[in-house]
Unconditional design. Sequence first.
Length: 168
Amino acid sequence: METRTGTLITKDAARKFLRDKGLRATAPRLAVLRVLSVAKNPLSYTQVLQHLGQMDWDPATIYRNLVKLRDAGVASVVSRAEGIDRYALAGAQADGPHHPHFLCEDCGRVACLPELTASISMDGPWAASIEKATVQLRGECPDCVERGAKAPQPSGGQGRRSLPKIRN
């Protein structure tokens, strides 16, 4: 199944995809998979529940299905901002798995950003221990900046900001 964020997959395609991954195609699992298929940004468990709305399943069932999809490699935890796991379909992001995420410190939104080119190298005993790295940028999202634009801005106003220096 080719997954692209923002495109609702059919129930038949979702059933086949789950069976191909060795998973049972239960109604709650299909519903979670379909919610993730239309998400434009990573979703927390609570956001998945909100997207599902009224349902006949216990919320714990939805959580167990998120975990099952993660364990099967169907979904990935792409952000753990503020200690909350946020899920996306594995391979669904247009920029692939190596793109940064942005956490808005005002509204809590987590958004996928275009690919960021950065290079980090390390020597010493920790170098062999590193398996993967993630980049998370924080600040105000464009919507929150726009809402705050009516308030007086410090000199410089909106526009391109330089990233803060990373300290070792």
